[in-house]
Design a protein around this ligand. Structure first.
Ligand code: AMP
Length: 282
């Protein structure tokens, strides 16, 4: 596994791979790696000739400075896991390598409706920050395939839009969410949960299953209210949202026509940690 810290070194290396017509697979991450990230690496290995992962905790996507300050960093273990997974290249840039012009956001992305709902609504500026970094990483890596996790459902839609805005030929590949045996979605943020909190956090997964099983029995409004109550009872301190939406557009679906593909999405706080998860209901 080759480690790159400088953009120019990586670009030069990848230009040679591209000239040899090798398919490049890219897995962007913020580190604190777990089996969810490694699933993305495995998908890339199966579908491309060369797999590159990046580790960069992107300051511009944190709307809450505390969240950024507390974001877990486990670099040694990350590199070991990537090497064991057979990742070929790792890009580990410093902040000034990605933002040589400083952290003030200069460019904005027209994300439309997507930025006004769910994560966009509760984390203002978050998706602009995500686009800032992914825009730059896509310029540097110019991957044939980009691997993202379904765990961040709305983020996948945002990056699909970014690829469209950039007019590049990179293909987006979305990898299903990897879960603990309990059902809890793996997340770097789980490292910040207490043991009790981690047990209780499975309430999000159970709520998603409940929504899936009952989507035809009760109106969406009632289901959502019930789940909000259940989450508070399970020990969550706050829910940002419980939503049932059109899986293609994220428009809320209050009355299901029996045909529209549905996704349920939840964001809730446990032990002061904000957790998100989602599940396709149809
Ligand atoms: P992050 O390091 O949290 O920015 O995540 C990097 C990538 O890994 C994103 O595309 C995430 O959607 C994906 N990812 C995070 N958790 C999981 C999971 N449990 N299963 C599958 N992919 C995941």
């Amino acid at each position: 596994m080759i480690l790159f810290k400088k953009t120019s070194d990586l670009s030069d290396y990848l230009a040679l791979q591209r000239a040899a017509e090798l398919k490049i697979g890219f897995v962007p991450t913020m580190g604190a790696l777990h089996k969810g990230h490694l699933a993305l690496v495995n998908h890339s290995k199966k579908n491309t000739n060369i797999t590159i992962a990046s580790i960069f905790v992107n300051p511009t996507q944190f709307n809450d400075p505390q969240d950024f300050a507390k974001y877990p960093v486990t670099l040694e273990s990350d590199l070991l896991q990537l090497e064991q997974a057979g990742c070929d290249l790792v890009f580990l840039p410093a902040v000034n390598e990605i933002y040589p012009e400083g952290l003030t956001i200069s460019k904005t992305y027209d994300l439309g409706y997507l930025e006004t709902i769910l994560e966009g609504k509760y984390r203002p500026g978050h998706f602009q920050g995500v686009c800032q970094v992914v825009d730059k990483l896509l310029d540097i890596v110019a991957p044939t395939l980009l691997f993202l996790g379904q765990k961040d459902y709305q983020q996948c839609m945002v990056i699909r839009k970014l690829i469209e805005l950039k007019g590049i030929s990179t293909t987006l590949s979305i990898v299903p969410t990897i879960r603990e045996t309990s059902g809890l979605a793996l997340s770097s943020r789980n490292l910040r949960l207490s043991e009790k909190g981690k047990e209780a956090a499975v309430g999000i997964y159970q709520s998603l299953i409940y929504l899936k099983q009952n989507r035809q029995k009760y109106p969406a409004k009632q289901l959502i209210e019930e789940v909000e109550k259940k989450l508070l009872l399970a020990g969550f301190t706050k829910t940002d949202y419980v939503a049932i939406a059109n899986a293609n557009t994220l428009d809320p679906v209050m009355e299901w026509d029996g045909d529209t593909p549905l996704v349920a999405l939840i964001a809730a706080f446990m032990d002061g940690v904000r957790l998100i998860d989602n599940m396709q209901l149809t």
